[in-house]
Design a protein. Structure first.
Length: 311
């Protein structure tokens, strides 16, 4: 083994503050495995953190250069606990580090990847899949209820649509005109947010899953019935959405996705069984990570963007 090539945030700012760096391969502690990363997910939170916004940036501001990447899939290098060298694993890496060839992961953060599931699909699930599942659970969505999912074609949204359908809900999802067919095929009633205000297209919704926040999130509250429930995911505007919901008699809460290997195992099993489709918009080599960040912050991505590590 040689060095560890990583893509790091060197300063808060535009995407070009991401720079490649060579470091030593990290040494795992006794309750960690060293993972040779195959793919890492690129998430909106990565771009926000790089721009210096939100809780993520606050946490790392004194430790730049810092390597982002909370989604990773790869191969175990060292045998530890229940894992053998060569095992295929994926997980939500709370400390980041996915944008690199090697990372140390806690044993309890990982899930085995079923044989029939690719590294790409596995790397797409930890943040987006767990966010979708945990948001629907937090909203206490029940069979027979209606749910509106904002940004239905995005990484979290397209998974949330499918999970909400399996829960027996009637699903509405906002998207652009270009994604109407995609969102409809996933089983949602697609609402073109550019065509007219969402509350002119749907009303009296039981549950709103707000993946947009800001003006779009606040405007969508008009679609929710009195006594309805809202889970707002973007942390930067969560307080604003929660307060606006309160004045309308709507129960709202924010959330932070948590690692949960049991839920991750369940999502991987759904993909393996063909019950969950994971859309991959684009895969970039690690050295093109700047372009991946330009794409993700456009807010126009269908499905997931991945980075492929050099092997």
């Amino acid at each position: 083994m040689s060095h560890n090539l990583q893509l790091a945030i060197t300063a808060f700012g535009e995407p070009d503050t991401l720079k490649l760096q060579q470091t030593e391969i990290p040494e795992p502690t006794t309750d960690q495995v060293l993972v040779n990363v195959a793919y890492a997910g690129v998430n909106p939170v990565d771009a926000k953190t790089r721009a210096g916004l939100g809780w993520g940036a606050e946490k790392i501001k004194d430790s730049l250069p810092w390597v982002p990447g909370f989604d990773a899939a790869g191969t175990v290098v060292n045998a530890v606990g229940q894992y053998q060298a060569g095992d295929r694993v994926a997980g939500r890496i709370v400390e980041g580090g996915g944008y690199g060839q090697y990372l140390c992961a806690n044993l309890d953060a990982l899930s085995r990847i079923p044989e029939t599931v690719s590294f790409q699909h596995a790397a797409s699930l930890p943040v987006a899949g767990l966010t979708a599942l945990q948001a629907l659970e937090l909203a206490d969505l029940k069979a027979g209820e209606s749910v509106l999912i904002l940004a239905g074609a995005g990484g979290v949204g397209h998974i949330a649509i499918q999970l909400a359908k399996t829960m027996g809900a009637t699903v509405y999802a906002s998207c652009s005109d270009a994604n109407i067919e995609f969102v409809s095929q996933l089983g949602a009633k697609a609402l073109d947010y550019r065509a007219s205000a969402l509350d002119a297209q749907v009303s009296d919704i039981d549950v709103l899953i707000d993946l947009m926040g800001g003006d779009a999130g606040e405007a969508a509250l008009a679609c929710v019935k009195q006594g309805g429930r809202v889970v707002t995911v973007p942390t930067i505007t969560a307080e604003r959405i929660i307060n606006a919901a309160k004045t309308k008699g709507i129960e709202a809460q924010g959330m932070l996705v948590k690692p949960n290997p049991v839920q991750m195992d369940a999502l991987l099993a759904k993909v393996a069984a063909g019950e969950l489709h994971v859309e991959i918009a684009k895969t970039y080599p690690l050295e093109h990570g700047v372009q991946a960040h330009i794409d993700i912050q456009s807010g126009r991505t269908r499905g997931k963007i991945l980075l492929e590590m050099p092997q």
